[in-house]
Write a protein that binds this ligand. Structure first.
Ligand SMILES: Nc1ncnc2c1ncn2[C@@H]1O[C@H](COP(=O)(O)OP(=O)(O)OP(=O)(O)O)[C@@H](O)[C@H]1O
Ligand SMILES: O=c1ccn([C@@H]2O[C@H](COP(=O)(O)O)[C@@H](O)[C@H]2O)c(=O)[nH]1
Length: 340
């Protein structure tokens, strides 16, 4: 028997007991019934349902507020009350927006249907090390193989710069100089990316790569994520400067990164020694650092990383082709003339 899906429903806002159900329209075009009524296919509280165009569909009340339990309760179509909806159907392929049906006219509460329990704090492992130490490579393999989500602070900043918003010029200036971007920008981007993943029902295990880069970064993180939250584990990739230099020059051939050159690397390395090492020491004093000798061969480094992440990893899949390429076990496929 397949494991039932568990959905977690978060309810906030007002309009309480009038709500009587959740409906998510399917991507299918509307269909005509035998009697000629046009209906839209969708999911009613997780079950396949029809939403009649004439609005005459009859539905059982499905969401109610329990005064005795002081909590929202979901009623499945079979009438059972439950905090989570369970069924063995695949989840609707339109996660996110659910229409809220209600009998009254009070404003509807905001409803999110999630695949993981939103009350669980995200489990974060920070990944730090010098520029080119191999953090991004190993985080991507961990994402492919072990079910982790990878958030690279540098990638988020580069994406924000590319999007051309209000902070784009400032981000460019800092990256160019190998300096650390003001933490409010970086931590805001990390939080936003994390929330988007959690809201889409993603696993709560996050590798935060290239952050915190300074003591100021760390206090900025605690301001946003709460000073009382558990101090995350840190994987620290140790690698000597000559090896970093070789790797960055190798990556410069394909990365298109404006800071992949010897001059920028040296600036980044100074920032790393002066500003990042002190934060590594703070974590070390807390007994939170796992050292990874990343000057070693990729497969050896992967074995160390995999072992370090084992206590929280949710899966352990055979290596994908992409992971084998990342680990240097097979050549990258040749690109065609369109760059694919
Ligand atoms: N163990 C390794 N041995 C040899 N080359 C490696 C190893 N790990 C990664 N590389 C290569 O070194 C380069 C830099 O790796 P990667 O991009 O993962 O570093 P990074 O730590 O994320 O860098 P940055 O902080 O600058 O973003 C890449 O070309 C990658 O393929
Ligand atoms: O938390 C962060 C992460 C990155 N930066 C800036 O981006 C570049 C590149 O970062 P990579 O981790 O090498 O991708 C870095 O030199 C900083 O200028 C940052 O400010 N804060």
């Amino acid at each position: 028997m397949s494991t039932p899906n568990s959905w977690f429903v978060s309810v906030s806002g007002s309009g309480l007991p009038e709500v009587d159900g959740l409906y998510v329209p399917s991507q299918e075009p509307p269909k005509e019934s035998e009697s000629g009524t046009m209906s839209t296919l969708g999911y009613w509280n997780g079950k396949l349902a029809w939403d009649r165009a004439d609005g005459k569909s009859l539905r059982n009340p499905a969401l109610s507020y329990s005064n005795s339990y002081k909590a929202w309760r979901l009623c499945r179509l079979d009438g059972h009350l439950a905090y989570t909806i369970e069924n063995s159907d695949p989840l609707p392929d339109t996660p996110g927006t659910w229409d809220v049906y209600r009998k009254g006219v009070a404003p509807a509460p905001c409803i999110s249907v999630l695949a993981s329990d939103p009350r669980l704090a995200p489990n974060v492992v920070f990944v730090l090390g010098g520029p080119g130490a191999g953090k991004g490579t190993m985080c991507e393999v961990a994402m492919n193989q072990l079910g982790w989500r990878h958030l690279s602070a540098g990638d988020l900043l580069r994406a924000e710069r590319k999007a051309g918003g209000a902070d784009a010029a400032l981000i460019e200036e800092y990256i160019e100089a190998g300096k650390i971007v003001p933490v409010t920008i970086t931590v805001g981007l990390i939080k936003k990316a994390m929330n988007a993943i959690i809201e889409a029902g993603g696993a709560p295990n996050f590798l935060v790569d290239g952050f915190p880069r300074s003591l100021e970064n760390w206090s900025g993180w605690r301001e946003v994520f709460g000073a009382a939250a558990a101090v995350p584990t840190m994987l620290f990739f140790e690698c000597p400067l000559p090896v970093l230099e070789q790797r960055i020059l190798g990556r410069a051939k394909y990365s298109g990164r404006s800071d992949d050159n010897v001059e920028s690397l040296r600036k980044r390395f100074v920032t790393y020694k002066e500003e990042t090492m002190p934060i590594v020491d703070v974590f070390r004093k807390e007994g939170k650092v796992v050292d990874v000798d990343s000057s070693r061969d990729r497969q050896d480094v992967w074995a160390l990383v995999k072992e370090a992440l084992k206590p929280w990893s949710t899966k352990d899949e055979p290596l994908t082709e992409r992971s084998e390429c990342l680990l240097g076990m097979r050549p990258w496929p040749k690109r065609n003339k369109d760059g694919e």
